[in-house]
Unconditional design. Structure first.
Lengths: 126, 307
């Protein structure tokens, strides 16, 4: 796990984001416990309250469940839920692109071409 | 943080200790169990007095102190004596004692003291160097004295550590090691172990502090989990034109001809509307400095320099 001290993104947010990605990628199984808050704090050399806040963020999003005295385990159906969240984000971003294209006077075809070009560029960059 | 319940490692009610020209007054205070709490304040704010009272070094106070939810600080309860470790002051161990004597005294005073662990810490922390266990305490540097006290408390089976300015005499490398030792101690306790430390170098301990107590002139003027304090206060930076308007809103502010910077309560942020400002999440150091400046008598320093 990489944590950046001066990125402007709070440390707890960085931790939550990285666990979120790992959960989505299936690196944690359903029912599996995340590392203990105090153990993680020790390993990452940060305060306990920071890891706790990160886990609470994940719990708020429904990704994990807190069990008093035991820790936080990964919920079922997360990946579907997360997938849906990401889909919504993609839709949002595309809608925004359509809106801006309208302002710029781009035709629908030109917009589609631009998207294809960008996708091709990304693929060739690997 | 909102939404989760913490138990108290220490509970203080109606604490009062008066000296000539100084009074420590804490109507109510809880130190959360399972976390590291930092007692932060200027020199003379009362940090050492409070820690001495909690450690049982001082008994001439009014009020009640409860440990682990059931033991009173007044009664010499063996459970409290064995499970609370204290590191404080230069003269905690007598100057003529040798490292070996410190070990055997700890062993006879406290149940659960592990001589093997103590020796391992002494070796790892390089206390005494080549002289080994026969070196008297007075010949140790102040940094090595702190290390020796650390070895003494960490070799015991405690649930609460009270550390008075542990970082001050240590070099940067050892401060980092101290933070790691605290995290390891807390982790090994699985929620049952608590650390209360005092420090005037907040930045050294920022990455280990969960709960902050800010003390001024014998009173706790602000407290909370660090994550909550970082939402309660906002660091504001702005252009010189807005300085006068911002001064009315910000708690504290420093300005120059290039701009200003100051701490603002989150609820007051609306009142800065219209000014061109950047907001930032403050570090614990920035929060402490901002709050301490409100009370500090150092305010006039700048004016003297201009005289």
């Amino acid at each position: 796990m990489k944590l950046l001290q001066n990125s402007g993104v709070p440390i707890y947010q960085q931790i939550a984001d990285q666990f979120k990605t790992q959960i989505l990628e299936g690196k944690f199984q359903q029912g599996e416990y995340l590392p203990s808050i105090r153990g993680l704090a020790k390993d990452l050399k940060i305060s306990v309250i920071t890891t706790m806040k990160a886990y609470e963020l994940l719990a708020e999003e429904g990704l994990v469940t807190a069990v008093q005295g035991k820790g936080f385990y990964v919920n079922a159906q997360n990946s579907e839920m997360l997938q849906e969240q990401y889909m919504r984000k993609v839709e949002e971003a595309l809608n925004q692109a359509i809106q801006v294209a309208g302002i710029a006077g781009l035709s629908d075809r030109e917009l589609c071409e631009m998207l294809s070009t960008l996708l091709e560029m990304k693929d060739t960059e690997g | 943080m909102e939404g989760f319940v913490t138990e108290d490692a220490i509970r203080i009610v109606g604490l009062e200790k008066r000296f000539k020209g100084f009074a420590l007054e804490i109507p109510e205070l809880s130190i959360p169990k399972g976390f590291t709490t930092a007692l932060i304040g200027e020199n003379g704010a009362g940090k050492t007095t409070l820690l001495n009272i909690l450690a049982g070094v001082r008994l001439d106070y009014k009020g009640d102190v409860t440990f682990f939810g059931k033991y009173s600080g007044r009664e010499e309860d063996p459970y409290v004596r064995n499970h609370v470790g204290f590191l404080g002051g230069d003269n905690y161990y007598m100057p003529h004692w040798t490292v070996e004597q410190v070990r055997s005294l700890n062993a006879s005073l406290f149940e659960g003291f592990s001589a093997e662990k103590f020796d391992a810490y002494c070796r790892a922390l390089d206390i005494g160097g080549a002289g080994g266990g026969r070196k008297p305490v007075r010949s140790l540097s102040s940094g090595n004295k702190v290390k020796l006290m650390l070895a003494g408390v960490l070799a015991r089976d405690t649930n609460l550590l009270l550390l008075d300015e542990p970082a001050s005499p240590l070099d940067p490398l050892m401060r980092e090691a101290l933070c790691n030792m605290i995290r390891e101690y807390i982790d090994a306790g699985a929620g049952e172990r608590t650390v209360l430390l005092s420090s005037h170098n907040v930045s050294d301990m920022e990455n280990v502090t969960d709960y902050a107590l800010i003390m001024e002139k014998g009173r706790i003027v602000e407290q909370g989990f660090v994550t909550d304090l970082k939402e309660k206060y906002i660091l504001i930076k702005g252009d010189p034109e807005g300085a006068d308007a911002a001064r009315k809103v910000l708690m504290t502010m420093s300005s120059s001809s290039y701009g200003y910077e100051g701490l603002c309560r989150a609820e007051d942020l609306d009142r800065l509307a219209g000014l061109n400002v950047e907001t930032e999440v403050p570090s614990l150091t920035a929060i402490c400095v901002g709050i301490m400046q409100q009370y500090s008598s150092l305010k006039a320093l700048q004016d003297i320099a201009r005289m």
